[in-house]
Design a protein around this ligand. Structure first.
Ligand code: SF4
Length: 327
């Protein structure tokens, strides 16, 4: 398959007065056309810092890229200058964020912002063509009355509408990759489902690969083709969505899936993972999940587990699979 994004041994940290927090620690993955990769984890897992690193958007300082490579559509992202990045962001990489208004400027109409974005990234367009493309982009994200939306300022639109305008803006430039950081978390369930479907259809129809950051297993199930589970700055497990959700291998993934409320049961049946996420200033020496894992042994506390490949397409970082492999 055509690999669009490849991340190798990425290490992103924050240098603070209290020490160096290794937020993303030796993370590798790749993404091809037609794939939607969900990166899932609790807050502090490193998923958002991974997403920001892909666009070289981690504020430095206090952030620092300690090592690794990110290649998107043949470009070595971490080696680009700020000027080169301005063109890559928006044109090569589309982005949508959790705050539905984050992509929009409150002082301009949706039309002005869409048209300016299109013109900036497509200098060959004239204004009339850009206006037509802006209108078309709004129809593609499901607006039945694009002219009313074009004439509106962000404060005249609901959160869900703003997120769709932001998405229209991101997609109108025909990016090679879309990065979506919890784009539906702030929206109600109906609007959330609509946006997930839009993204899924877009990826299926045009091949657009999407990196989708979320903490919600329900969202993973609805949108992803592949899943990367992060915990404590490490990737812990990776696999195709159906396989991983049906037979999670890593004890952390198992706990995450168990913590979804069962719709047939009363509240209170939800099993939370006990304990706190690791302090990244002083992470556990061995497996990052050891302090919370019910299977932890002395070895788990001492040694970082290696990667295991128990089945084709499945990867897991856990000592339990070491034992299995030796039997
Ligand atoms: Fe649990 Fe040990 Fe596996 Fe870590 S390596 S998840 S502590 S069993």
């Amino acid at each position: 398959a055509d690999v669009v994004l490849s991340v190798r041994n990425l290490r992103t940290a924050f240098v603070t007065p209290a020490g160096v927090a290794r937020a993303v620690d030796d993370v590798s993955f790749s993404l091809s056309q037609n794939e939607i990769l969900a990166i899932i984890g609790e807050s502090g897992s490193g998923k958002t810092v991974t997403a920001l690193s892909l666009m070289k958007l981690v504020p430095t300082p206090p952030g620092k890229y300690l090592g690794g490579e990110i290649e998107i559509d043949g470009k070595n992202i971490l080696a680009l200058s700020e000027r080169e990045l301005e063109d890559v962001r928006g044109k090569t990489i589309g982005m949508i964020f959790q705050n539905p208004r984050a992509s929009l400027d409150p002082s301009f109409t949706a039309e002005f912002q869409l048209v300016e974005t299109l013109l900036r990234h497509n200098p060959q367009l004239d204004r009339t063509a850009a206006q037509a493309a802006a209108r078309e982009a709004l129809i593609e994200v499901g607006f039945a009355d694009p002219d009313r939306v074009l004439a509106s300022y962000p404060h005249q639109l609901s959160g869900g509408m703003c997120q769709r305008v932001g998405l229209a803006m991101a997609l109108a430039c025909q990016p090679k990759l879309l990065i979506a950081d919890e784009p539906t978390t702030a929206l109600d369930v109906g609007v959330q489902a609509k946006i997930l479907l839009l993204l899924k259809n877009r990826s299926r129809d045009t091949g657009l690969p999407i990196v989708f950051i979320t903490h919600d297993i329900g969202v993973v199930r609805a949108i992803a083709t592949r899943v990367l589970v992060m915990y404590g700055g490490h990737v812990q497990e990776e696999g195709a969505v159906e396989d991983l959700l049906a037979t999670p291998h890593h004890p952390y993934t198992q706990a995450l899936i168990r913590s979804i409320p069962d719709p047939d049961e009363d509240h209170g049946s939800m099993t939370y993972i006990r304990g706190e996420p690791p302090n990244l200033l002083a992470p556990p020496k061995g497996c990052r999940f050891a302090p919370r894992c019910e299977h932890a042994t002395g070895r788990c506390r001492d040694e970082v587990p290696a990667w295991h490949n128990p089945e084709p397409g499945r990867y897991v970082r856990c000592h339990l699979f070491d034992l299995e492999a030796r039997q």
